[in-house]
Design a binder for this molecule. Structure first.
Ligand SMILES: *[C@@H]1O[C@H](CO)[C@@H](O)[C@H](O)[C@H]1NC(C)=O
Ligand SMILES: *[C@@H]1O[C@H](CO)[C@@H](O)[C@H](O)[C@H]1NC(C)=O
Length: 486
């Protein structure tokens, strides 16, 4: 167990009406699970590896090997991801209820709530929906829930049920069952969203799934990680492709090389996964960042990279022929498609390169391509940068609970091979339960209208969809004031 630091506590008191209650560990037996299979396919090497590991962990958990009873089992798990619409979003699978039914959910480090479309959702025609009446363990807590993201909103009520993922189980997990979801937020077969940010920004005010696990010591190591594939420049890529890997409790050393370069989350700012941008280059030229602190939320749920307009314009000023886009594309820039634009970013440590193939999002008119960095007007309430998949596809990323930090490492050749577009799309791989905990926090507090949308021009064109799944939480400004940084 980690005890919260003083600043974390003030933060919690500031943002959450919920006490920092410690969940109590309990054992949870694995049970047979209905999986929605998309297509039959042979397991890939990665899948076999994941299967072997999860199988081994299950056996260790079942038959001991760590000695002792069922309490405080530690484990690790892997969930293979799906890349949807050429890098628009990345989803994994969870199972909910008794008997467990699996659902595809966008994995979003930029928010902290779990929600699913429910069977009463009117505008959710093709999406597989949660049928709460079919789960014997579902409890309706009747607390209204609503959340607004950069690219849409969802609303419904809070409930509790058993949630499983990658061999982990949390009993009485609070999540929202949503009957109102804005158009375009979910794309079949995705049923909802799993927030992997900190409880402090949860609109439900309930402990997020991942945080319940890590606080109870369910993980071998207090971290989770992502490897995301790139399909944007693969002409044969279809709507759904292999999306990479999400791990909990360990880093998969087959997917990266060299050291993981960790940088701390600024003290007391465990909200989004915040980093301080320390340097930026475009086409080899250093871009001056203003003296104001350049906070960045590292966000798997956002497709591109958004930043302050003054800095974004400097990035494009280094690119010959680049110009601000207009109409639907206001806030974006275009540049000649035959230009390779190389941007590097650093967050206090090593500098990382965004490949020209990620910067070049799509050809939107003859010879003119849309750039992967856009102007974001976050006001003063959120980090000024939202660093999404345009960046994250270039690194192995690690989200570490303790010490609170984000780490990046170079992708291995094994990881890069998954960018071919020839890998099978994984089916739901939840695994049997190796470690389980019970969530604390009861039904969650009542949800107030604390969330507002970040202004973001969402653009949908031919086969192109940009998501920005990050909520704005009022209070982050005071957070900054709480812990002034030089
Ligand atoms: C939960 O209860 C509330 C209030 O009684 C109701 O409006 C809502 O539809 C219920 N939701 C579910 C998922 O049962
Ligand atoms: C796609 O982009 C990556 C990264 O720049 C590059 O290594 C790869 O060769 C590209 N693939 C194709 C098919 O152009």
């Amino acid at each position: 167990m980690f005890s919260p630091s003083l600043s974390q506590l003030s933060l919690l008191l500031l943002l959450s009406s919920n006490a920092f209650a410690a969940p109590s560990p309990s054992s949870s037996s694995g049970s047979s699970m209905k999986l929605h299979r998309r297509a039959r396919h042979a397991k890939t090497a990665e899948e076999w590896g994941a299967w072997a590991k999860s199988n081994r962990d299950t056996l260790i958990a079942k038959y001991g090997g760590g000695g002792g009873g069922s309490v405080s089992k530690r484990s690790s798990g892997t969930n293979l991801l799906v890349n949807q619409n050429a890098d628009s979003s990345f989803y994994g699978s969870i199972a909910v209820g008794t008997p467990p039914v699996s659902y595809s959910v966008v994995l979003d480090t930029g928010s902290a709530d779990l929600w699913l479309a429910d069977k009463d959702c009117s505008g959710c025609n093709n999406i597989p929906r949660f049928d709460y009446s079919a789960s014997s363990t579902f409890k309706n807590t009747s607390v209204p829930f609503s959340i607004k993201y950069g690219s849409g909103a969802a609303a419904g009520t809070l409930g509790q049920d058993t949630v499983q993922m990658a061999g982990f189980s949390v009993e009485s997990q609070v999540f929202a069952v949503c009957n109102q979801i804005s158009d375009g937020l979910l794309d079949d077969p995705v049923s909802g969203l799993l927030g992997l940010g900190f409880e402090t920004i949860a609109a439900s005010k309930a402990p997020p799934f991942w945080e319940s696990l890590v606080k109870n010591g369910a993980w071998d190591q207090p971290l989770m990680s992502f490897q995301l594939t790139r399909m944007q420049n693969v002409s044969s890529a279809t709507e759904l492709e292999a999306g990479g890997t999400f791990t909990m409790g360990f880093t998969d050393s087959s997917l990266f090389t060299g050291d993981i370069d960790y940088n701390n989350i600024p003290d007391g700012m465990e909200t989004y996964w915040i980093q301080q941008m320390s340097s930026l280059t475009s086409q080899g030229s250093s871009i001056s960042l203003s003296t104001a602190t350049q906070y960045a939320a590292i966000d798997t749920g956002t497709t591109l990279v958004g930043g302050p307009s003054s800095v974004i314009s400097q990035i494009f000023a280094q690119v010959e022929g680049a110009q601000p886009a207009t109409g639907n594309y206001e806030g974006y820039y275009t540049f000649p498609c035959d230009t390779d634009v190389t941007v590097t970013m650093a967050f206090g440590g090593k500098s990382w390169t965004v490949s020209p193939d990620d910067f070049r999002v799509a050809e939107i008119s003859r010879g003119e391509c849309l750039g992967g960095f856009f102007e974001l007007d976050t006001g003063t309430e959120t980090p000024s940068w939202i660093v999404g998949d345009t960046f994250l596809k270039n690194v192995y990323s690690v989200f570490r609970y303790n010490p609170p930090s984000v780490g990046f490492a170079q992708l291995s050749s094994t990881a890069l091979q998954m960018n071919s577009g020839n890998e099978p799309v994984p089916s739901a791989t939840i695994g049997s339960v190796a470690a389980g905990v019970t969530a604390a926090g009861g039904s969650g507090g009542s949800t107030q209208a604390t969330n507002g949308a970040v202004s973001m021009k969402m653009t949908r064109g031919e086969g192109m969809m940009m998501m920005m799944i990050i909520p704005v939480v009022v209070g982050l400004l005071s957070l900054g004031a709480l812990v002034p940084l030089a």
